[in-house]
Structures are given as structure tokens and as C-alpha cells.
Design a protein around this ligand. Structure first.
Ligand SMILES: Cc1cc2nc3c(=O)[nH]c(=O)nc-3n(C[C@H](O)[C@H](O)[C@H](O)COP(=O)(O)OP(=O)(O)OC[C@H]3O[C@@H](n4cnc5c(N)ncnc54)[C@H](O)[C@@H]3O)c2cc1C
Length: 123
């Protein structure tokens, strides 16, 4: 989010991780994320932004399966193994200033799976 707020751009991989985190780890309505990106992205384009947010949230005409929940830590390991990108935007990583996680990944993953399963079986 710091990259987006500072530059108006965010790499596609990070957009996917961010959208998955907001909609599945935090169970926040994808439309909030879509609207925020629309105010910040220099390359904002309604169809791409809306379609990609719905893809990440597991809704819409080209949805990723709801059980596809990105793990931010393993995504960073895989796509930024030397931590160059993360340390550029989060210089306090691995320092006492680095905050506690706002949600535990395993807890959030299980909560999202339960919530989506319940919603799908009750609609
Ligand atoms: C949550 C989310 C929101 C997004 N919002 C937008 C948006 O508002 N506007 C936008 O143009 N793209 C959006 N994208 C798609 C993609 O992230 C950007 O097109 C890409 O990051 C732009 O960087 P680039 O030009 O270096 O892309 P490159 O990887 O070099 O791709 C070249 C061009 O292909 C097109 N493209 C690539 N990936 C996608 C994709 N997943 N969906 C649609 N077009 C794509 C774009 O026009 C892009 O400029 C979004 C993706 C996600 C996951």
C-alpha cells in the first residue's frame, strides 16, 4: 500500500496479494478495495480494476476459486526471495519497530474458508 500511495503504481503480484488479504484475511467487501485503488492507481481502468478485484475476492464472471487464499509471507519468499522489494517499502522489517500482525494467517485462512462455505451453502 505504501508503494501505491507514494507512486500511484503497484506491481500486479502485489495487487493480487493485497486484494486477497483485504477480502479473505480481513473479510472486507472487495468494493472498498476497488474504490480505493480507483482513487490511487495512475493506470486505473474500470474493467481491469473491477474484474481483478472480483477475481481476487472469488466473485464475478472470472472468479478465482474462493479457497485460493494468498499467504503474504510465502508469496514474498517466492517472488522476492532477497527481500529487495519488501525492504524498499517496509524498511522497519525485522526491527523492533515492525508491528505485530493484524491477523494470524492460519486463523484468517480457516475463517475465510468457513465464511465462504457458509455463504455458498446458504444462498
Ligand atoms: C486487484 C487488481 C487491480 C487491478 N487494477 C488495474 C487497473 O485499474 N488498471 C489496469 O490497467 N490493470 C489493473 N490490474 C492489472 C495489472 O495489475 C496491471 O495491468 C499491471 O500491473 C500494470 O503493470 P504493467 O503495465 O507493468 O503490466 P505488464 O505486466 O507489463 O502488462 C502489460 C499490460 O497488460 C495489461 N494487463 C496485464 N495484466 C493484466 C490483468 N491482470 N488484468 C488486466 N490487464 C492486464 C495491462 O494493460 C498492462 O499495462 C489490476 C490487477 C489486480 C490484481
Amino acid at each position: 500500500m505504501r508503494e501505491l500511495n507514494a507512486t500511484g503504481f503497484m506491481h500486479n503480484r502485489v495487487r493480487m496479494v493485497t486484494a486477497s488479504f483485504l477480502t479473505k484475511h480481513l473479510l472486507i467487501d472487495w468494493r472498498w478495495g476497488e474504490a480505493y485503488f480507483a482513487t490511487k492507481l495512475l493506470d486505473f481502468e474500470l474493467a481491469s480494476n473491477n474484474g481483478n478485484w472480483q477475481w481476487a475476492a472469488g466473485t464475478g464472471c472470472d472468479a478465482a476459486p474462493y479457497f485460493r487464499i494468498f499467504n503474504p509471507a510465502s508469496q514474498a519468499k517466492k517472488f522476492d526471495p532477497a527481500g529487495v522489494y519488501v525492504r524498499k517499502w517496509v524498511p522497519e522489517l525485522d526491527t523492533p519497530d515492525y508491528p505485530q500482525p493484524i491477523v494470524d494467517h492460519q486463523f484468517a485462512r480457516e475463517r475465510a474458508l468457513k465464511t465462504y462455505k457458509f455463504a455458498l451453502s446458504n444462498n
